[in-house]
Write a protein that binds this ligand. Structure first.
Ligand SMILES: Nc1ncnc2c1ncn2[C@@H]1O[C@H](COP(=O)(O)OP(=O)(O)OP(=O)(O)O)[C@@H](O)[C@H]1O
Ligand SMILES: [Mg+2]
Length: 368
């Protein structure tokens, strides 16, 4: 049999932030795996890298570096993750009272751990008390803000890692990275916040056929192990988990972040229209009447209107400009959403059918 031929897909420049590059690599890998699977080609090994990496066959310094990265122990790996000072406080967060209560309960659990588990002896029945929360809700509803707010409330640093950073282009590294971030959080006495965790908390796949699926499954299993052992607070953030893994459902408490209603919108506007910003004719009532916008839309509208006014040499930001900004942000968001949603199973099936047909046609052309 011929030795496998190596194909390296390069081109994600180093200037692309690592979190985005990781998502691109992951999607490329999945697409390539799928293509190889469908064409039945076995003797080609495809890897996806950045624009600057040397081909592994050249034994360049970069590839040596990557290779040795693979051998790092969890302790060495953990050094890559550094906790930060929280960026936001509870005072900045506007959410319904019920959600605030849930979040404060989590804060209390952390504050009272030593009394309940050490002084009152409950460590005998639960050696690893932990708080695992999953903030789920639409984008821009305050999940990241809430994670920072909890950390600042209990005066602890926060270690932020996204799924894209944990997932790795090299099979087998994802689970090691999961282990490393939990270790890093424990060592730095930090709250752990795992962003974009939809894929991590989803049902583990049965009937695994591809390497990329196996890799995700191993990451999920490793996450369960780490959750069991972790003595601390871990918060996940998800947008749309359709298929929670049962094991996570019982270990992680879900907290839903709704889109803000009119009362909340009014308050969010108020907190974003800071004191120094000259807004002579502002009406919070009128601003709050613009429906179906999230906190991030409001923040962006304030910045957008202020920038426009400043560029035009004005000395103040008018209500009409704020309304124009929020309405145009809303319009742009509504137009984008349908394109960026995941494919439905029917659409997926249709797309797969088309790919198969195209491949079969190409094969036929090549043989005739
Ligand atoms: N509930 C809220 N209260 C006050 N401000 C908010 C709220 N939601 C969003 N914002 C504003 O929008 C910004 C972005 O929100 P945040 O990053 O917390 O959203 P998210 O839910 O984490 O979104 P994503 O799912 O896209 O990660 C915040 O920094 C804040 O300025
Ligand atoms: Mg977020």
């Amino acid at each position: 049999m011929n030795p496998p031929r190596n194909i390296r897909i390069q081109g994600i420049p180093d200037s692309v932030p690592e979190a985005i590059a990781a998502v691109c690599r992951s999607r490329f890998s999945v697409a390539v795996d799928k293509l190889l699977d469908e064409t039945g080609i076995e003797d080609i090994k495809v890897t996806v890298g950045t624009g600057l990496e040397k081909d592994s066959s050249q034994n360049g310094q970069n590839s040596i570096q990557k290779k040795s990265d693979r051998d790092l122990s969890p302790e060495e790996r953990a050094k890559r993750y550094e906790a930060q000072k929280p960026l936001f406080t509870f005072e900045q967060l506007v959410i319904p009272e019920k959600v605030i209560e849930d979040l404060l309960l989590a804060v209390d659990l952390i504050r009272l751990e030593s009394k309940v588990f050490d002084e009152w002896g409950l460590r005998k029945i639960e050696p690893f008390p932990r708080t695992a929360l999953n903030f789920h809700g639409k984008p821009g509803t305050g999940k990241t803000l809430a994670a920072h707010a909890i950390a600042s409330k209990i005066n602890r640093p926060i270690l932020v890692a996204s799924y894209a950073q944990i997932e790795s282009m090299y099979h087998g590294e994802g689970p090691k990275n999961v282990e490393a971030i939990f270790l890093a959080a424990e060592q730095q006495n930090a709250l752990l916040f795992i962003d974009e965790a939809d894929s991590l908390l989803s049902k583990r796949l049965t009937n695994v056929t591809q390497g990329s699926e196996q890799a995700i499954n191993s990451m999920r299993s490793q996450l369960l192990i780490c959750l069991e052992r972790f003595r601390g607070v871990v918060m996940f953030s998800t947008n749309l988990v359709e298929n929670y893994d049962k094991a996570f459902e019982t270990r992680v408490r879900n907290i839903n972040f709704p889109m803000p209603d009119e009362i909340c919108r009014r308050e969010i506007w108020k907190r974003h229209l800071v004191e120094e910003l000259p807004t002579p004719d502002v009406s919070l009532e009128k601003l709050a009447q613009v429906e179906d916008v999230c906190g991030r839309d409001i923040k962006n509208a304030v910045i957008d209107a202020a920038m426009r006014a400043a560029r035009q040499g004005k000395e103040e930001v008018l209500l009409s400009e704020l309304l124009e900004s929020i309405n145009s942000i809303k319009k742009a968001r509504v137009n984008v959403t349908p394109k960026s949603r995941p494919l439905t199973p029917e659409e997926k099936e249709e797309a797969e059918k088309k790919i198969k047909e195209a491949l079969a046609k190409k094969k036929q052309e090549a043989t005739s």
